[in-house]
Design a protein around this ligand. Structure first.
Ligand code: APR
Ligand code: PHB
Length: 395
């Protein structure tokens, strides 16, 4: 069976869902295809820090009511090194801006609720399997429905919001895409635990034994990460080992409350890499979010960057469909890549500053500590961290 739409959106992560809602509000039709089930995407545990501008955007779209109520507003973070905490006060350093801790899956739930009540179609358990005619008048997306039947959507454009492992980026002829990649020799072992957070604010710890991050989802749920070697198996980290290592890295002599353990609800390993595919457009296919780029999670930018892309894309479609002005579509890739590369810069800087590098000579370790001391003690240096962390203004 064939159906038609203005924009076929592949992927119901933060990028695809935000785009669908922005397009709906602009009066542009779309269909969202998602290979997983609704409950899978609504429960997938990922990062959870929203930039100031991401919160404003979600609220302005009418998808921020629960976010305003349940999200935890944070006016700063701590950098823990040299045996103590050094607070970076975002509100003071950025004229009142903050970030909000709110799980990515909660953003996904809110967007799906808003789209469902607006009647925007989302097909779950419906993987896109092939894209066709990317340079033609009408592109096509072939997909398989939950019952196994195949269908084709004919669309004006395709938005490839299908994450790093999706099919959209691979639909671009290899010669048309340049890939830039950087791997790190470590990953993050992350847990979600039913225990009160160690601190009210996030703590980014640089310790001799490796990086540790204290985050949270609510007053009773904590989110914790430990640097681990690249390629580490989860089986190497029974719960006891996690808690013991966390305590060592957080170094309770630093002051503040000690770690309270609790049942671990989820455990996973995130590889650390930087990745950018350029350009983010090929013919009538536009890539957005993780389909086009990955940043290491140290700057908490992945979801924010995905949402920043589709904000640009939605405006470009609006100008195209209602003002007959395609300049926004033509400049989409360049506009997004400016933010993408700045975010790569920030995330790579935070990653290099905070992790333990096994290959580091004592000289490099001392330079790393000097950098942390400088960032913590100089107002312009703290401000650099703060303005990037809360999010630079949108393009
Ligand atoms: N057909 C349909 N859907 C697909 C396909 C396919 N062939 N392949 C993948 N998908 C879906 C995935 O199941 C996922 O739900 O695309 C969605 C992509 O969502 P995300 O991976 O969340 O990517 P994005 O929306 O770009 O958001 C980026 O997510 O990965 C995190 O840390 C990252 O926070 C960042 C954010
Ligand atoms: C999280 O809470 O999951 C989180 C917080 C900060 C980061 C990355 C992840 O830098």
């Amino acid at each position: 069976m064939k159906s038609r739409t203005q924009v076929a959106i592949v992927g119901a992560g933060p990028a695809g869902l935000t785009l669908a809602l922005l397009l709906h509000q602009a009066g542009i039709e779309s269909i969202v295809l998602e290979s997983r089930s609704r409950s899978y995407v609504e429960n997938r545990v990922r990062a959870g820090v929203l930039e100031h501008g991401t919160v404003e955007l979600l609220c302005s779209m009418g998808a921020g009511e629960r976010l305003r109520r349940e999200g935890l507003k944070h006016g700063g973070i701590a950098l823990r090194f040299d045996g103590k905490d050094h607070r970076i006060d975002f509100e003071d350093l950025t004229s009142g801006k903050s970030v909000t801790v709110y799980g990515q899956q909660e953003v996904v739930k809110d967007l799906i609720t808003a789209l469902s009540s607006a009647g925007v179609p989302i097909a779950f358990e419906a993987p896109a399997i092939a894209l066709g005619d990317l340079d033609g008048e009408h592109v096509t997306v072939r997909y398989r429905d939950a019952g196994g039947a195949e269908h084709t959507i004919e669309a004006g454009y395709i938005a490839g919001c299908d994450g790093f492992h999706g099919i959209c980026r691979d639909a671009i002829p290899p010669g048309a895409l340049t890939v830039y990649e950087h791997g790190y020799p470590f990953g993050w072992l992350g847990i979600l635990a039913q225990s009160p957070p160690v601190s009210e604010e996030l703590i980014y710890t640089n310790h001799e034994r490796g990086f540790a991050l204290v985050s949270m989802r609510s007053p009773t749920i904590t989110r914790l990460y430990l640097q681990c070697p690249a390629g580490e198996e989860l089986a190497a980290w029974p719960d006891d080992r996690f808690w013991t290592e966390l305590r060592l890295r957080l170094d309770s002599d630093c002051g503040g409350p000690d770690v309270v353990t609790g049942p671990i609800l989820q455990k996973g390993i995130t590889p650390m890499r930087g990745f950018v595919a350029e350009p983010m457009r090929h013919g009538r296919l536009f890539l957005a979010g993780d389909a086009a780029h990955i940043v290491p999670p140290t700057g908490a930018k992945g979801m924010n960057l995905a949402i920043a892309d589709v904000r640009v894309l939605a405006r470009a479609f609006e100008a195209h469909y209602f003002k007959n002005d395609s300049s926004g579509l033509d400049s989409y890739s360049d506009t997004c890549l400016r933010r993408v590369w700045n975010t790569q810069r920030f995330s790579s800087w935070m990653t290099r500053m905070l992790h333990r590098f096994d290959g580091h000579a004592p000289f490099e370790r001392r330079v790393q500590l000097a950098e942390l001391r400088y960032v913590a003690s100089s107002r312009p240096a703290s401000q650099t961290l703060a303005e990037n962390y809360v999010g630079l203004p949108f393009a």
